[in-house]
Design a protein around this ligand. Structure first.
Ligand code: 5GP
Ligand code: MN
Length: 325
């Protein structure tokens, strides 16, 4: 693994830089790409900030989100491509090809069992968000954290830590939050935009998803389904399903919650969350996905009932491993 100092040195000596997060972009990857992109721009670099996959509307307040490239950058070759919050080429969508069109690839991630995607890699699965690592890297680049960069980093950290609640939130994470507030952001305003301006369609969809909750006989696994007909009924937008899975996890006694979201006829994006102990990255890996111990996902093609049965069975085995159900 490389050090952040080595990564900063390479960036200092590079001209054109492409930054990309992952498909189904979230606050951490968008905030990290935007913050590091802004910092590199401040250093006079030629920067392209990219997002494979549509950017959910609740992130439209991020300072540079309007400049994000979602299709094809103006240039074909880059000195460096930086991959943030992901270490798998197939999660880079249409930007995966720039791995071979960049002289150097830097990969920065906080997921478990990352792949050495870059020639320089920095992985820290103890970091609560990729934004925490980017915070440190920006310090090494000798760029001061202005209110715009701070808003992006705050968004990355507040979303991936579930509002500074999840267990990877350390004293250091909170200190970073404090420094970002001191940089002049309107933290409560950002929180309102992120969490309290949901479209009506999202809230109505949540009602339908809550009605779909099923629970295992012992009460340790809860799951919900959002299919294409539900999305159509409420004219749901991309991003309207964010946070749904956390509702199922709040049920007393539930250790693992699961959301089956149909993204194309017969294709389901499955999200897993655990509350205390079960390692859902192992569960997702059994179905070709990955992620963290407390949050993971995969995509599966098939018939829903059959898929549900298989996945719930494996989820119960994961719960049994940690002595529940
Ligand atoms: P979400 O359920 O929010 O889509 O994803 C939760 C976590 O699991 C995220 O950290 C995400 O990066 C990871 N994840 C989700 N889907 C996949 C997938 O298909 N493959 C891998 N490797 N990780 C995933
Ligand atoms: Mn993340």
């Amino acid at each position: 693994m490389s050090s952040l100092e080595e990564i900063a040195m390479l960036l200092d000596n590079s001209g054109s830089i492409l930054l990309s997060g992952h498909v189904f972009p979230d606050g951490d990857c968008l905030g990290s790409v935007a913050a590091l992109g802004l910092a590199l721009k401040k250093k006079g670099k030629e920067v392209v900030m990219a997002s494979p996959g549509l950017i959910p509307g609740n992130f439209s307040f991020l300072p540079v989100i309007g400049d994000f490239c979602t299709e094809k950058p103006a240039r074909e070759f880059f000195d460096v491509m930086i991959v943030l919050d992901c270490s798998e080429s197939d999660r880079l969508g249409n930007f995966g090809r720039y791995l071979n069109q960049s002289a150097n690839v830097i990969c920065i991630d906080h997921h478990l069992e990352p792949n050495e995607l870059g020639n320089l890699n920095y992985f820290d699965s103890d970091a609560a968000a990729t934004g925490e690592i980017v915070f440190d890297l920006i310090g090494l680049l000798d760029v001061s954290i202005d209110p715009e960069i701070a808003a992006c980093l705050y968004t990355a950290i507040v979303t991936d830590t579930g509002n500074f609640r999840y267990e990877k939130t350390t004293a250091a994470t909170l200190r970073k939050g404090a420094i970002l507030m001191e940089a002049g952001i309107d933290a409560s305003g950002i929180n309102t935009l992120l969490f309290e301006e949901n479209p009506l369609s999202a809230v109505l969809l949540m009602g339908a998803a809550i009605n779909s909750i099923k629970i295992s006989p012992g009460g340790s696994v809860a799951w919900m389904v959002v299919d294409l007909s539900m999305l159509a009924r409420y004219s749901a937008q991309d991003g309207d399903t964010d946070g749904l899975i956390n509702v199922a996890r709040t049920i007393k006694g539930v250790e693992i919650s699961i959301l089956f979201r149909e993204i194309a006829p017969g294709t389901y994006k499955i999200s897993f969350r655990s509350k205390h102990k079960a390692d859902v990255s192992l569960l997702a890996a059994k179905f070709g996905g990955g992620g963290h111990a407390r949050a993971s996902g995969c995509t599966v093609i098939g018939e829903l009932e059959e898929m549900e049965a298989k996945i719930i069975k494996e989820a119960l085995l994961e719960v049994a491993k940690v002595g529940k159900e």
